[in-house]
Design a protein around this ligand. Structure first.
Ligand code: UDX
Length: 436
């Protein structure tokens, strides 16, 4: 008999997982405490922007296999329960806030049927899974718990779920592994590497992967600082070192650094957990990774000040991009918005444009000015800051934009625009990590 699945928490991770599991043929119920989110999803509509997931969700709703509810009792029918709730940075420190993970496991415990498996997908501090397993042993001894970290990238969520580059399962026994093999059978059949680990290793794999990625980005941004000081070009340097297969060329894009709902909070939570474990020295370098990352934002502000004036009160700055990366409407810990807000706090008049992120940005920074069109954002600007590399910004015509601005001054915070094209149209261009 085919397994029935439940997905607890229908945000980015959960909504994607629910729709993808339904597309594999499973009956899936998604549960979320937010009635508005459940209502939207039940109509086949996404509460956020993610390429390809909208059409998949709408199609899966039509099959009748996928449903959403606010009622935790709905898990009673399911055999495998994926915990996909958020683990944000806690308000009073670096550690992860585990409130939602703990409360969702407690909420489903009374309804778990005999032999069911709870599977954590959320990113948690190492040791959490064992704690939850112990808790279940008391509240729902008929159920077991495993951990199956998720590596999906925003903008590629469906692809990363259905064709991941590996599947990692943390289990305490063979039975839990067998159940997960049954769930992922079509994905395994594609040749996806399958890694069985114990619970703590599975939890660590996720934070280790994100720490490595963050380190790679901060490494190249540190090189950008040195290139600026020494008169070099970080994009050429990145290309040259990237040809060494031991280094690899991906995630060496220098610029204003990483943001989003994962990388920044994951490295901080990892440091906090290591400290609790007495292994803080091992992760001391992550503090520097975080510092380099935040410094990249500051460097943009320094360039604006050095070029325009220390006192920015008379200047208008157009910020292109609000989201933490393109093809997403996510503005969590967005470097672009952070820079925009800091420049506004310094007295500049700042207008922000983004193809998808204006509404979420307005919720976080209601005092910033927003423009629906690039031409409106740049009108009368003394500087244009290219801070999120949306494709449409690469298609801008510098001559046309040049007629709208007050000063032809561009900072490319992502090293993605064609500098020569802009320079030939009479622009002063500053690209991070490039001196010429
Ligand atoms: C990340 C991980 O990639 C994913 O595996 C994990 O599951 C969740 O966290 P995501 O947050 O979607 O995914 O974004 P990612 O594509 O990793 O980019 C993170 C940030 O790094 C973005 O702000 C991006 O602009 C920045 N970045 C990325 C760089 O500045 N330079 C690069 O070379 C690559």
């Amino acid at each position: 008999m085919t397994l029935k699945l439940s997905v607890i928490g229908c945000g980015y991770l959960g909504a994607t997982h629910a729709a993808c599991m339904s597309s594999l043929g499973f009956e899936v119920v998604g549960i979320d405490t937010d009635p508005h989110k459940v209502e939207l999803l039940s109509r086949g509509e996404l509460p956020f922007y993610e390429p390809g997931l909208d059409t998949l969700l709408a199609a899966e709703m039509k099959t009748g296999r996928l449903s959403f509810t606010t009622d935790f009792a709905a898990v009673a029918d399911a055999d495998v329960h994926f915990i996909c709730v958020g683990t944000p940075q806690s308000k009073d420190g670096l550690a992860a806030d585990l409130t939602y993970v703990k409360s969702s496991v407690a909420a489903i415990a009374p309804f778990l049927k005999d032999g069911s498996l709870v599977v954590g997908k959320s990113t948690v501090p190492v040791g959490t899974a064992q704690g939850l397993r112990d808790q279940l042993a008391e509240t729902a001894p008929q159920a077991d718990l495993a951990w199956n970290p998720e590596f999906l990238r925003e903008g590629f969520a469906v692809e990363d779920t259905l064709t991941p580059n590996r599947l990692v399962v943390g289990v305490a026994n063979d039975r839990a592994e067998e159940i997960l093999k049954e769930v992922y059978e079509p994905v395994i059949a594609l040749g996806t590497p399958w890694i069985r680990a114990d619970l703590p290793t599975a939890e660590l794999v996720k934070v280790a992967a994100n720490s490595f990625l963050a380190t790679k980005i901060s490494f190249i941004n540190a090189m950008a600082e040195v290139c600026e000081a020494a008169g070099g070009d970080v994009t050429v340097l990145a290309k040259a070192i990237g040809y060494d297969p031991r280094i690899g060329s991906r995630f060496l894009q220098a610029g204003i650094g990483f943001g989003g709902g994962c990388l920044p909070k994951d490295i901080r939570a990892f440091m906090a957990r290591a400290q609790e474990l007495g292994a803080d020295q091992a992760l001391e370098f992550l503090r520097e990774i975080d510092n380099i990352n935040l410094r990249a934002r500051q460097r943009v502000i320094d360039v604006v000040r050095a070029d325009l004036s220390e006192d920015l009160t008379q200047y208008k700055i157009a910020v292109l991009g609000a989201t933490f990366k393109p093809d997403s409407d996510d503005v969590r810990d967005s470097p672009a918005l952070d820079i925009a807000a800091q420049l506004q706090a310094a007295g500049a008049q700042v207008v922000v444009h983004d193809p998808k992120g204006i509404e979420p940005a307005r919720k976080r920074f209601p005092n910033l000015d927003y423009a629906e069109k690039v031409v409106d954002a740049v009108k009368g600007a003394d500087a244009i800051l290219h801070l999120t590399e949306w494709k449409e910004y690469r298609e801008l015509d510098p001559s046309v934009i040049g007629q709208l601005v007050k000063q032809k001054f561009l900072i490319d915070g992502r090293n993605m625009l064609d500098r020569n094209l802009w320079r030939n149209a009479g622009w002063r261009v500053h690209a991070l990590g490039r001196t010429d």
